[in-house]
Ligand binder design. Sequence first.
Ligand SMILES: NC(=O)c1ccc[n+]([C@@H]2O[C@H](COP(=O)([O-])OP(=O)(O)OC[C@H]3O[C@@H](n4cnc5c(N)ncnc54)[C@H](O)[C@@H]3O)[C@@H](O)[C@H]2O)c1
Ligand SMILES: O=P(O)(O)OC[C@H](O)CO
Length: 326
Amino acid sequence: MNEADPLQKMVVLGAGGWGTALAVTLAQTHAEVTLWARREALAAQLRESRINSAYLPDVSLPANVRITSDLSAAVEGADWAFLVVPSVGMSDLLSALPPQLGAVLCAKGLAPAGQRLSELATGLGFGRVAVLSGPNHAEEIGLGLPAATVVASKDAEFARTVQAHLMTPNLRVYTSSDVVGVELGGVLKNVVAVAAGLGDGLKLGDNARASVITRGLREMARYLASQGAQEDTVYGLSGLGDLVATATSRHSRNRAAGEALARGAAPEGGGKVVEGLRTARLLSAWARESGAELPIVQGVAAVAGGQLSPQEALSALMQREAKAEG
Ligand SMILES: NC(=O)c1ccc[n+]([C@@H]2O[C@H](COP(=O)([O-])OP(=O)(O)OC[C@H]3O[C@@H](n4cnc5c(N)ncnc54)[C@H](O)[C@@H]3O)[C@@H](O)[C@H]2O)c1
Ligand SMILES: O=P(O)(O)OC[C@H](O)CO
């Protein structure tokens, strides 16, 4: 493994829950970490209180996390950075950065036109692109609870560099060359977690949740294969691992959004990003146009869009044609 220089400048762009947790993690092993918040009001509040009360209230920011809302100053002198804004904001952020900067994309969603974020970054001229994905709730990583994750890049050296810098005694980082598989596992699992939340909200029970997770995994595997992912990636940390974490966790905003929908409430994440709803809409439109079958994704999109009630979506799934498992 590459040696990680503890004096190398670590940069995290995006001060929501996940950006904050990553900054706190990197601060364990580096002299200084720069955390960029888009809004100066949030940056000032973080500098003052050292607590991100809106996005990660139970975690304190150590003194070696430097907070700024000046993007150019944040990346000055850095070789690469973690990009941790919601996927809808990734295009603006990438466009404001020099493409020589290595980009570690940490969002779990698609760009507005439906592209993968790594495609977006490559299209904007970024040469070193990696994606980070795995069962990593910010609430737990921020507290230093043990977890594992994956960094995938076509540039094996870049993936190993990120791995070396992000590893701590409580965060085990694996590398992968399957960017498509790792990236899309994190994207799709959010939608299946919304479906699991819908089932929880309707009080359908443990069997129903396990069925949604398992059939959801199969749907993820089919979609990932259609996009060129390696066959086994979906069964790793960024696929099955993150699906289980998100579909069963009390921390998950996607699962909670499903529960809210089942109650007939607005599926808002209390100001926090809920990627699965946007992803369901984008992938459902893609499935309609391409004739692909993504029944759970399409059911979630129909409920979120108000075309079907949760009960109607459930009936539609249960009454699909009888067939062999596969
Ligand atoms: N929270 C987690 O546990 C977790 C873990 C892994 C990955 N992720 C992914 O990381 C991404 C960010 O999630 P989060 O949990 O940090 O979100 P969050 O809702 O906690 O915070 C989002 C942050 O981004 C800012 N923001 C919103 N729109 C923006 C834009 N257009 N440009 C720049 N900044 C913008 C917000 O002001 C806020 O500071 C999501 O794609 C999410 O799926 C989250
Ligand atoms: O809170 P969620 O549902 O956005 O999930 C957070 C992370 O993706 C879990 O790995």
